[in-house]
Structure formats: structure tokens, C-alpha cells
Design a protein around this ligand. Structure first.
Ligand SMILES: [Zn+2]
Length: 200
């Protein structure tokens, strides 16, 4: 049978209530994710991991750059976020309840100051790989299940890239939570379906 990996996206303090870029209910999914880890063939955690001068932080842009506005970067439009998941900070650490020790691999993303990385597979230029696809292929993993935060950004971009790369991709929506910025949740669902991602 085809091996399945569980890709646990960005279950970090800054994306949970009380964090710098909190996703509503972000901490509610931890128990279910832990339970699912126990049955997966492989478990990969992604970790948003930014230097303090990261280009996705509103504070690092010229005057009038407010969080959640969109700017044009040379790789395309970029939402500006409040500073979050700064390398080594408490906010960048995994939620304390997450079974981190179960992970086979932790893949960090967004560590280059000039470019953001929502997807676990590519930076936001959609060209620069993180190396995750090669890792999964070398292990013979063809099926991927996605859970974590946030549904409409990092989970969606990762699942769409996975489908594009030829993996069988499924998003378990009950074990995700969305930021839902200007209807981004429904938009992400439509884009995932169009890319061949299964939403369950
Ligand atoms: Zn980030």
C-alpha cells in the first residue's frame, strides 16, 4: 500500500490564541492532530521561521504599511503580516501540547529575509524548492494528508503544490483553522479543489 505522510503545518505559538498572528481556534486542533500522528506512516512538521528583518513583516516596510495590506514584491503580491515566528522566539516554538517528538522531519520555511514561504514545498516565488518533495519521494511516500494552520494560506498553498508535484493530496479540514482574510477561506477551498486536492 502507498505510504502516507501527515504534514502538520505551522502549529506554533504565534498562530495560536495569544500569539502575534493568532488564528481563531488554532489551539483546538492539537489533540486531534496528535491522535492522527499515531497512525501515520510518516510525520512532517513545518515551522514558520523568519529573521527579524523579514520582508513579510509590515514593520519592515516604509510608512503606512499596515498589517494585512498587500504589496507588490518582485515575486508577486505579498500580504504584510504582523511580525511573527521570529527565529528562536517563544512565538516560533511549536504549541507546547503538540507531540513534536513523533516527527520524522521538521522543515523550516521563510528563513530568507527577502522572500516569504507559505508552502512547505516552494517559497512564494513558486520556484525555489524547500527540499520536501525530494525527501518524500526518496522515502516512497505518495499520499499526503495536510492539517494545521492556517487553512487558507500555508495549508492551501502546500496542498496545491503537492498536487501539482504529483502527490495525492488531502486536507482534513476539521484539523485546520483559517485566517479568513477578505474571503480567503472560500477562495482557498475553490483553488484547492481546482488543483485536485481532496477536502475531507
Ligand atoms: Zn510567516
Amino acid at each position: 500500500m502507498a505510504a502516507t505522510a501527515l504534514i502538520v503545518t505551522d502549529v506554533q505559538n504565534d498562530f495560536c490564541p495569544g500569539g502575534a498572528l493568532a488564528v481563531a481556534g488554532g489551539d483546538e486542533i492539537v489533540g486531534a492532530i496528535n491522535a492522527r500522528m499515531a497512525t501515520a506512516d510518516a510525520v512532517v512538521l513545518t515551522q514558520d521561521w523568519h529573521p527579524a528583518d523579514h520582508a513579510s513583516f509590515a514593520d519592515n516596510h516604509a510608512e503606512a504599511a499596515t498589517p494585512f495590506s498587500v504589496v507588490a514584491m518582485d515575486y508577486g503580491p505579498q500580504v504584510l503580516w504582523p511580525a511573527h515566528c521570529v527565529i528562536g522566539s517563544h512565538g516560533a516554538a511549536f504549541h507546547p501540547g503538540l507531540h513534536v517528538n513523533r516527527a520524522d522531519l521538521v522543515i523550516r520555511k521563510g528563513f530568507r529575509a527577502a522572500i516569504d514561504s507559505y508552502s512547505a514545498f516552494f517559497e512564494n516565488d513558486k520556484v525555489t524548492p524547500t527540499g520536501l518533495a525530494g525527501y518524500l519521494r526518496e522515502r516512497g511516500i505518495t499520499r499526503l494528508q495536510f492539517v494545521g494552520l492556517a487553512h487558507d494560506f500555508c495549508v492551501a498553498w502546500s496542498a496545491i503544490d503537492a498536487a501539482r508535484l504529483g502527490f495525492e493530496a488531502e486536507v482534513i479540514e476539521a484539523e485546520t483553522r483559517a485566517i479568513d482574510l477578505d474571503g480567503s477561506r472560500e477562495r482557498a477551498r475553490a483553488e484547492m479543489r481546482a488543483a485536485g486536492v481532496r477536502l475531507t
